[in-house]
Design a protein around this ligand. Structure first.
Ligand code: FAD
Length: 428
């Protein structure tokens, strides 16, 4: 008999993914410790889009109202041509959209979402530790031991590695590296009183230009305005080490309409974010260590799904472990291997599809040749009045609830990853 009264979970990384996983495991009754290498918990002070597949998770946890209290439920996602100003698609994300997917589309300040999940985790009793950088984990029998850079060690029944794009723990499983896309993002979230040009304050507006795009939306009940400018760096193409400068930013948008060019004044200039992803991997497990969030499936941000998928990871693990490790009101630590393996089998094919689709979706945004633009416009025109056919795969309830893939992990990932999806939802 392997049943006992408790199970110990160590979560590595206190971003949105790690906090969500810690909360999910605590909700099931685990003793959870989360270790974060930074001296304080926090997030970049910019905006984040949350599609219904993520807001359903927040609702399940009783957090959606809190997020709505500080966020905005936009009316539309609007795509425009950044060179002509023409509207390509206006997707209503309220009413029927919210009914179909059982939850609203929400845009929120990252700091607010991070704080809401952090507070929920702390209130639930998760032990939260800073200044603790994990350098590696080792599984011995059915226990895992994590080593911290300062020499401390933490033991647990399972370790969940939510240590982001540059994950140290992923290196125990795969020998891949983050892949630079050559595109870089500049961001800015400013009080509306400081915004130079204000576009539509009720919508998410995405301007598509040659090798560039610009996203704008309101935050904090319309008190703030978020701008993200993403463009391809010529210095990257020349093979230079330093790429994505401020000069390149101004240059990238020179052919765009005045609304777009003037919106560049709303960006912070002190920092930029070169954009990376990785190729999907089918295996996320090393003994009693499992990857989740960006460490498992970092993606380009064109579908606005990275954090959404991390929330799905946490909710899926919560449900799988409640049927295994925590089944019948007691704790069976011997079930962890099966639980992690099921988690891997359910999640890897889905996130691989999102990763692959994000790349193709980004390419279709950044076209520059006349024929490519014509095809892009035809794609958007084909979505008018029938946008759900492009969004169901990502936002529908069945997607979040993805039942265990019948095939083994590798076969399922390959099958799904082999599809090049040009059908994609209206994120950005
Ligand atoms: P991270 O946020 O990277 O957190 C990792 C944490 O682990 C960090 O706190 C780090 O300090 C800590 N850490 C790292 N290594 C260690 C270690 N060895 N030991 C201990 N701690 C460690 N997603 C959306 O859903 N919607 C969007 O609209 C959206 N827009 C985006 C726009 C841009 C420009 C970018 C770049 C991304 C966007 N994303 C979006 C993606 C989203 O931000 C990420 O997918 C998400 O934040 C990943 O969360 P995470 O917790 O997995 O990783």
């Amino acid at each position: 008999n392997t049943t006992t009264t408790n199970t110990e979970v160590l979560v590595v990384g206190g971003g949105i993914g790690g906090l969500a996983a810690a909360l999910a495991m605590k909700r099931n009754g685990a003793d959870v410790t989360l270790v974060e290498r930074a001296p304080e918990f926090g997030e970049v002070g910019a905006g984040l889009q949350l599609a219904p597949n993520a807001t359903r998770v927040l609702r399940d946890w009783g957090l959606l109202e809190k997020v709505l209290d500080v966020g905005v439920a936009p009316k539309h996602i609007v795509f425009r041509d950044a060179v002509t100003g023409a509207e390509l698609l206006r997707q209503n994300v309220q009413g029927r959209f919210a009914e179909r997917y059982g939850a609203p589309y929400v845009v929120v300040h990252r700091t607010d979402l991070h704080r809401i999940i952090l507070d929920a985790a702390a209130e639930a009793g998760v032990t939260l530790l800073n200044d603790a950088e994990v350098t590696g984990t080792v599984t011995v029998g059915s226990r895992v031991c994590a080593t911290i850079r300062d020499g401390r060690t933490f033991e647990a029944d399972v370790a969940l590695a939510a240590d982001g794009l540059h994950s140290a723990l992923r290196a125990q499983i795969a020998d891949d590296k983050p892949i630079p896309s050559g595109y870089v993002a500049f961001r800015g979230a400013l009080p509306v009183s400081e915004v130079k040009y204000q576009s539509d304050m009720e919508d998410v507006v995405i301007w598509l230009g040659p090798h560039c795009h610009l996203v704008q939306y309101p935050l904090r009940k319309g008190e703030m305005f978020n701008t993200v400018a993403v463009f391809r760096s010529p210095a990257f193409l020349r093979g230079e080490q330093m790429w994505g400068s401020e000069d390149e930013l101004e240059e990238a948008y020179q052919d765009c309409v005045p609304e777009v060019r003037s919106a560049l004044a709303n960006l912070w200039r002190v920092r930029s974010w070169p954009m990376f992803d990785r190729v999907p991997i089918p295996d996320w497990i090393d003994g009693r260590t499992a990857l989740l969030g960006d460490s498992a499936h970092p993606m380009l941000q064109y579908l606005a799904q990275g954090a959404c998928q991390a929330l799905e990871d946490a909710r899926t693990l919560e449900r799988i472990t409640s049927d295994t490790v925590f089944a019948g009101g007691s704790v069976d630590n011997a079930q962890w291997d099966e639980a992690l393996s099921r988690f891997n089998r359910v999640r890897a094919p889905r996130t691989a599809r999102v990763q692959r689709t994000a790349r193709v979706w980004g390419e279709s945004w950044h076209v520059s040749e006349p024929v490519e633009k014509l095809l892009r416009d035809m794609l958007f025109a084909s979505a008018v009045g029938d946008v759900y056919r492009f969004t169901d795969w990502a936002y529908a309830v069945e997607a979040t609830d993805a039942l265990e893939a019948a095939a083994g992990p590798s076969a399922a990932v390959e099958k799904i990853a082999a599809r090049t999806d040009d059908n994609a939802p209206g994120g950005g």
